[in-house]
Each structure stands twice: as structure tokens, then as C-alpha cells.
Write a new protein. Structure first.
Length: 319
């Protein structure tokens, strides 16, 4: 199912929220966004040189229905995208987190959904390999980001093996044995932890910009250079950053803010209270305290009362 919600921001730009369940886009349903529809926050740490900078989104919708199909038992089961349709820019790309919300059986309620970016979702995916081999950094990064539906990444071209080389990640290798703990269980690292160590090695920050994966060198940003190497599984190409997504110092800031979620994963609690009932009818069903007026039937019921000369003004239905 594809859920689509739209709203305008303070600048009059059209923002679209897209939620896709079970990778099924054959059917579409519209969402009604609340007055505070989307909030996106970036992760923070004690240093601006955070190895992997993920983000989280809170989405609020209004609904009288239930959206059980939005919740998946897998990390990447429900995709979430937030796009600025006016400027053609992706503001957020990730996955819905399994969490709990409360909703009455009747009424128009605000439902708050929580999502994490694709990079943040890697924290819940273990590094897997059929055989622990020595692989290039490029192959390891590609294998990791493909787990969350991403196919390539940008890496600054100022990080080189020699002054003339341009493709460093294809020529630097590491053993996958490093990504497993030295314990009896040989516990694998999370994919995010592997990505963090690679970023630390090169002194860069991995983040998402306009739906793509970028490794940012803050010192390079100061010089105003815009050449990056784009790595895909097939090849490597040098690209110049598009002016619409030029990386500037004020695009990336550190703030002491965070969103915390209860440690629940696909948890559902059903409360059911059962009481023994001897008689479903009250002792005196025609007692006024046991009866409720049904206004839409008043004209018909009044006629019956007049004809039978009932002492009641209206016919009443007991509850």
C-alpha cells in the first residue's frame, strides 16, 4: 500500500509524505496531515565530527482508521519519504520504526509515527557475510548501504593514496574478521558500527543529502571545493556537486537534541475485562433511568404515544 499526504510549509512550498508498506505500490490511499505534520531532527554528539550522522522524523496524521499494515517486523519493512515537491529535494528517506500508539475507537485522532533515516536503520542490521574475506572499502560500503535500499555514495576526491590517484576506496582493503567480536559467539557488529569505523579512518562524516549518501570532509568544505567521486557497484566517476545541493558550512550544525523511544519492538498489548452477567435486561426496562431518547424517531414515536395515551412524551430505547 502507498500512503500519500501533502501539506504546505511556511514558505508555501508543497511537501509530500510517502509511506510504502511491504514494497507494494499497487494501491494508493490519501493521508490527512495534522497541524504539525513533520518534524525532522539530526543526531547529535559531543563532536561535530560525528562518524555517521543520521536523522529521525516524527509524522503526525489525522485518522479515524487503523494503520496496522504500516508496522512491520523487519527493520526495512515500511519505507518513508518526505520530499519538497516545489524544489525537487528529498528531505528525509528512511523507515518507520515499530512503536505503539493509542487511539480511541471513535473520533478523529492524531496518530504520531516515528521513523529513522536509512543510515540510522543500519544500527539494527547486523553485518553479514558468507565467508570472511579481505575486501575493498568500496565493496564493504556498497554491501552495507544496499541493505537499506541505497545504491551508491559520494566521497571527497581530496583523500587520495597518491597526488595523482582518484580512486582510493577501490585500493584500500580490510579483513571482514575485524567486524566480529572476539567472543565465543563471534557476535557481528551492526552495519552502522562498520560504517562509523570506516568514517573515522578517513576523518569524514557520513550523512544523507537529498536522498543520497555523502561522506563529508569539513576541512574540504572550508576551501569551497565541490569535486566528489561517486561510487557505485559498477564504476567510479568524478562529479561536481550540483549548485542546488552545494555543501556549505551552515548546512551542517551540531545541536544538543535527541528523540528517545521506548525499547519496544512490534509489541502489542490487548486489555480485555470480562464480567459475568446474569441478565442482559434491567429489572424494569421502562424505568426512565434505563432509557435513552432516539431523536430521529421522535415524530413516529410521539404518534404512538398520543394514540396509546402513554404517560411518556417520547418513546425511549433502553441501554
Amino acid at each position: 500500500m502507498k500512503y500519500i499526504g501533502e501539506f504546505s510549509n511556511y514558505d508555501g512550498e508543497n511537501i509530500r509524505v510517502l509511506i510504502i508498506t511491504h514494497q507494494d505500490e499497487t494501491e494508493e490511499k490519501s493521508l490527512v496531515m495534522s497541524g504539525d505534520p513533520v518534524t525532522i531532527t539530526y543526531s547529535s554528539s559531543d563532536s561535530i565530527y560525528e562518524p555517521v550522522k543520521g536523522s529521525e522524523a516524527t509524522i503526525e496524521i489525522l485518522s479515524r482508521s487503523y494503520y496496522f499494515d504500516m508496522y512491520s517486523s523487519t527493520v526495512t519493512g515500511t519505507e518513508v519519504q518526505v520530499d519538497n515537491m516545489t524544489n525537487g529535494i528529498n528531505l528525509f528517506k528512511g523507515y518507520l520504526t515499530p512503536c505503539i500508539y493509542e487511539q480511541d475507537f471513535v473520533g478523529l485522532d492524531t496518530i504520531q509515527l516515528s521513523a529513522v533515516s536509512s543510515l540510522s536503520a543500519l544500527d539494527n542490521i547486523k553485518y553479514e557475510t558468507s565467508s570472511r574475506e579481505t575486501k575493498s572499502f568500496k565493496e564493504i560500503i556498497i554491501n552495507i548501504i544496499e541493505k537499506v535500499g541505497l545504491s551508491g555514495f559520494y566521497f571527497p576526491d581530496n583523500i587520495k593514496l597518491t597526488s595523482t590517484s582518484t580512486n582510493i576506496l577501490d585500493n584500500v582493503f580490510i579483513s571482514e574478521e575485524n567486524f566480529f567480536d572476539d567472543d565465543d559467539e563471534q557476535t557481528p557488529w551492526s552495519c552502522k558500527e562498520v560504517l562509523e569505523e570506516i568514517s573515522k579512518y578517513f576523518g569524514v562524516t557520513c550523512t544523507m543529502i537529498n536522498g543520497g549518501v555523502w561522506f563529508i570532509d569539513y576541512d574540504r568544505i572550508k576551501t569551497g571545493e565541490t569535486n566528489y567521486n561517486y561510487y557505485s557497484r559498477e564504476n567510479v566517476s568524478t562529479v561536481k556537486v550540483d549548485p542546488d545541493i552545494t555543501l556549505k558550512k551552515n548546512n551542517f550544525r551540531h545541536a544538543d537534541m535527541s528523540i528517545s523511544l521506548d525499547e519496544t519492538y512490534g509489541k502489542i498489548t490487548v486489555n480485555s475485562n470480562t464480567y459475568e452477567v446474569d441478565n442482559i435486561f434491567p429489572d424494569d426496562p421502562f424505568d426512565e433511568k434505563n432509557m435513552t431518547i432516539i431523536p430521529e424517531y421522535s415524530p413516529y414515536i410521539t404518534y404512538l404515544h398520543e394514540k396509546t395515551k402513554s404517560s411518556h412524551k417520547h418513546f425511549l430505547w433502553w441501554t
